[in-house]
Design a protein around this ligand. Structure first.
Ligand code: UGA
Length: 431
């Protein structure tokens, strides 16, 4: 099929490349001229394992191109995906102005039937607005359908998630749209859930909110574990073996971040409010997540006594491993809180330092984990990058002023580190 992707950010780019990989002809559009120029030169603006190789391959085989023109995509493609940004407004609502602008631009260029699919995460009823906007702005006679096809891609494993999905959700209002989308996704051989458009929109917000609720729940349980002297890792194991609960997303830590969970929870909460539905649980999840970062800072302060003038080595800045994404990363709030107390930070992240530099002022960025530890009063783990697992802790210990470790992701074995002479502080592992 011929596919147009409007918005070549994280989701748009991965979606476009994967559709090309499946044999479709894809044009990815973005209004950022610099980004498009970069992509045309084969440079990828984000870090996602496997993505640049796939872009190179599909460009070579002439199935993938980049453009700044929506008109070009509308002329070319049978199916047009809208995957532009829906950032949070000050009050937590999703800002849908880019979606509206794109819908208007598509309408102005519509000459014959096109299927327009919302891929961006949007609040329920956005499909109706897209339909209305296109109907009001398109030339007479041109036929179109609107559909919803939410994505469930995790940063760091987005290509795998696209090509091996648990399910594909398509929200449609016509058999024609359903047939086209089923055909497009047929090669993936995954279960396809066909719903109405509003239900599909809700599946996305409900999924992300439910996952975030699991994380907030285990973090709150972790605080009880700290207070009572229990171990949240053991509690999570005992909980997760119940198939009704499941083991995933029960990893206690410094809280969730990224551009999806915090923004989607806020947007879902605001949308429920607008619809007259009380959904305080979502607000509580957001509050627990904010508190969790301060809880960790307090833990550091309790163990180090005075923070003023102390030096902390930070390992990991990205909101999770295998990405360079710093958006809503817990590291930002935690580091800023520590700096307000007069702490000097020397930090290392395998991928995110370029994106962290403009965000984190007065941080000394170093070249490897050992430099982060050198001369530090304590080491603080904020992202569980695999490469930290194999650190030579004897070497780390020798270079530190005091061998104290705050493991904000519970990635190390407390027993082993204690045996080596470290003072170990995890999350929910008993104070
Ligand atoms: C999330 C969802 O997992 C995807 O299904 C969804 O498509 C995506 O949002 C989106 O809406 O686009 P992502 O934000 O890439 O994906 O990251 P996750 O792997 O879900 O992690 C989110 C945050 O939760 C990270 O900060 C991570 O460290 C934290 N987390 C995750 C925990 O603290 N504990 C856990 O057990 C799991």
């Amino acid at each position: 099929m011929k596919i147009g992707i409007i918005g070549s950010g994280y989701v748009g780019l991965v979606t476009g490349v994967c559709f090309a990989h499946l044999g479709n002809d894809v044009i990815c559009v973005d209004n950022d001229l610099q980004k498009v120029a970069m992509l045309r030169k084969g440079k990828v603006p984000i870090y996602e394992p496997g993505l640049s190789e796939m872009i190179r391959q599909n460009r070579l085989e002439k199935r993938l191109s980049f453009s700044t023109s929506i008109a070009e995509a509308v002329d070319f493609a049978d199916v047009i995906f809208i995957s532009v940004n829906t950032p949070p407004k000050e009050n937590g609502e999703a800002d849908l102005s880019s979606v509206e602008n794109v819908a208007r631009e598509i309408a102005r260029n519509l000459k014959e039937y096109r299927l327009i699919v919302e891929k961006s995460t949007v609040p329920v009823q956005t499909g109706e607005w897209i339909y209305k906007t296109i109907r009001e702005n398109h030339k007479k006679g041109a036929q179109f359908d609107v559909a919803s096809n939410p994505e469930f891609l995790r940063e760091g494993s987005a290509i795998h998630d696209f090509l091996q999905p648990d399910r594909i959700v398509i929200g449609v209002s016509s058999t024609k749209a359903e047939t086209i989308l089923k055909k497009l996704y047929a090669p993936l051989k995954a279960p396809i859930v066909v719903t109405d458009i509003k239900s599909a929109e809700l599946i996305k917000h409900a999924s992300n909110s439910f996952l975030a609720t699991k994380i907030a729940f285990i973090n709150a349980v972790g605080r009880v574990c700290d207070a009572a002297g229990a171990d949240v890792e053991q509690v999570a194991k005992g909980l997760g073996l119940d198939p009704r609960i499941g083991p995933s997303f029960l990893k206690a830590g410094v809280g969730f971040g990224g551009f999806c969970f915090p923004k989607d929870l806020s947007a879902f909460y605001r949308m429920s409010e607008k619809l007259g539905v009380k959904f305080g649980l979502l607000k509580e999840v957001l509050d627990i997540n904010e508190d969790q970062k301060q809880y960790f800072v307090q833990k550091i302060e309790n163990a180090l006594w005075n923070l003023k003038g102390k030096t902390l080595g930070v390992l990991g800045l990205a909101f999770k491993p295998d990405t360079d994404d710093m958006r809503f990363a817990p590291s930002i709030t935690i580091i800023e809180s520590l700096q307000r107390e007069g702490v000097h930070i020397q930090a290392y992240d395998p991928q995110a330092m370029a994106k962290a530099r403009p965000v984190l002022k007065k941080v000394k960025f170093v070249r490897d984990p050992y430099q982060a530890a050198a001369g530090a009063d304590a080491l603080v783990v904020l992202t569980e990058w695999c490469e930290f697992k194999n650190l030579d802790f004897e070497r780390v210990k020798k270079s530190m002023r005091h061998p104290v470790l705050f493991d904000g992701r519970n990635m190390f074995d407390p027993k082993e580190l204690k045996k080596m002479g470290f003072q170990y502080h995890g999350i929910g592992r008993g104070a």
